[in-house]
Design a binder for this molecule. Sequence first.
Ligand SMILES: Cc1cc2nc3c(=O)[nH]c(=O)nc-3n(C[C@H](O)[C@H](O)[C@H](O)COP(=O)(O)OP(=O)(O)OC[C@H]3O[C@@H](n4cnc5c(N)ncnc54)[C@H](O)[C@@H]3O)c2cc1C
Length: 245
Amino acid sequence: MRPGKRVAVVGAGMGGLAAAIRLRLMGFEVDVFEKNGQIGGRVGRLEEAGFTFDTGPTLLLMTDVYRDLFREAGRNLDDEIDLMPLDPNYRVHFGDGDSIKVSSNLPTLIPELERVEPGVTPRFYRFMEDACLKYRLGRSEFVERDFEGAGDFFGPRNLRLLLKTKAVNNYYKSVSRFFRTDKLRQTFSFQTMYLGLSPSRRRRSTPSSPTPSSPRMGSGSRGGACTRSCLRWGGSRGTSGSGYT
Ligand SMILES: Cc1cc2nc3c(=O)[nH]c(=O)nc-3n(C[C@H](O)[C@H](O)[C@H](O)COP(=O)(O)OP(=O)(O)OC[C@H]3O[C@@H](n4cnc5c(N)ncnc54)[C@H](O)[C@@H]3O)c2cc1C
């Protein structure tokens, strides 16, 4: 314990709660202030007229980050929460009435991709390899690193990595190296919109709206939430995270 050391955490979203737990584990007295009537922040649920809506996140990724937090607090995530994999994760709908079911299960996903673009399988595996490299580098070198200031972030090391991972390029064009049909190009690039970025523009600091031709995503979600960077704490960790949706 650190007697007399008291910390106020403003906001009981996932980030604030994770910070409060870790500060407590470090021995601080912690007060959490939340302006709403309930905790969770954007991770919430609205039930009205027999319908249930997620008020924020629907896709739970990087469960290892949550597992770390629970483990450090002496708890087991699986004892506290029932995580249920969804299959498909979601369905992407196109203007011509077609749709693609996106599954984490390769034997299910591959025939679906082949239906839309015959012969795509080897190119899809190359896409996954490329995406895996970007994910691992992005996570260990950006998400899980502490930056003391702008100079630290925009240093030569990061600029090299940004070029290597093509993080500043037009993502739709990057994805087009692997897929020939517009449907699969859209299916595997629209996710940049989660970050407020259009897949068909070079990276900018201001968010862009989806273009009219963007596909729509329908989630079969039953809830689940993740805040990626806010749950992080301190310097680099392992990069072995797997998606769980
Ligand atoms: C529509 C939508 C979909 C999303 N989908 C996903 C997804 O699928 N997967 C994913 O990983 N992420 C998703 N996100 C992002 C994710 O929800 C957020 O990154 C995460 O919930 C942010 O957590 P946080 O604790 O940083 O902030 P918040 O959840 O915003 O929490 C902040 C808290 O602070 C409180 N607060 C603010 N000001 C004060 C004050 N002055 N005094 C007291 N309390 C205060 C607020 O009431 C709130 O409870 C989505 C977000 C939205 C909006």
